[in-house]
Ligand binder design. Structure first.
Ligand SMILES: [Zn+2]
Length: 254
């Protein structure tokens, strides 16, 4: 089986502002008057067409989570957090239902090691014309040491991570309980940015539609290991149990 590639259009990429690197660049998501191509809105939460659609054979949208440039998903009050999750998942599923795409990916970058370029809190929903993202997603990617589990939701720490070393998985089986998914994802982002064993300022969220469930992979990001880059060998930490216990102590045991 050979890998399918997406072409990245460098001519468009060159025009894109880099507000993580160059903090003097005006934030395009704060300048609401100039935002074009608004697809959906819920108060301060917007879904817009990506102004810099660098990926060929895709439809790229940006979900602007808030009008507060320096805020962060880990800091949102619960009411706003739930609104962002509801809005994001609704629009992701809406794009899938439209049926124009082979698949639709939904993810978030935060911080310099996450692959993101704009600081303002946002996510991306991208329709892929030719690729089914599930072709390289396997059930084992969501297996892990259980942090907590009940009939509605499971939170675990990957024993077979896609990339390594630590990947948290929140798997929601009862799709009516979206707020619980949002709670778990927020707790993990707080843990990653605040209490993790090394200084960590970056993470990704990746959303997956599984059979009868929605999974979110929450990945703390560092410089990617050469074993993965060069040989596609993922690594797993020998400290998984410690991290599970530490997380349980800080976020589950009150
Ligand atoms: Zn901004």
């Amino acid at each position: 089986m050979s890998t399918k590639h997406i072409e990245f259009n460098l001519n468009i990429g060159k025009q894109k502002p880099e507000s993580i690197i160059n903090t003097t660049t005006k934030c395009p998501f704060c300048d609401r008057e100039s935002l074009e191509g608004i697809i959906a809105a819920d108060g301060p939460i917007l879904l817009v067409k990506n102004k810099y659609p660098v990926l060929q054979d895709t439809v790229q949208t940006v979900l602007i989570e808030t009008d507060e440039c320096t805020s962060e998903l880990s800091l949102y009050p619960k009411e706003h957090l739930y609104r962002v999750f509801r809005f994001g998942i609704d629009n992701w599923q809406q794009m899938e239902r439209e049926g124009h795409y082979k698949s639709v990916i939904f993810f978030k970058n935060h911080g310099p090691f996450s692959g993101g370029t704009i600081r303002h809190p946002h996510m991306q929903i991208i329709g892929l014309n030719t690729i089914d993202y599930m072709d390289s997603v396997y059930p084992e990617h969501f297996e892990g040491l259980v942090i907590h589990k009940d009939a509605e939701i499971e939170l675990n720490l990957s024993t077979k991570p896609r990339v390594g070393f630590f990947e948290f998985n929140a798997i929601l089986s009862d799709l009516t309980q979206l707020n619980r998914l949002a709670d778990d994802v927020q707790s993990v982002t707080r843990y990653i940015l605040g209490n993790f064993h090394r200084n960590c300022n970056s993470y990704n969220l990746f959303f997956y539609k599984l059979d009868h469930a929605i999974a979110v992979k929450i990945m703390p990001r560092f410089v990617t290991s050469p074993l993965f880059i060069g040989f596609a060998i993922p690594q797993v930490s020998s400290r998984l149990e410690d991290v599970v216990l530490d997380f349980q102590e800080k976020y589950l045991v009150k």
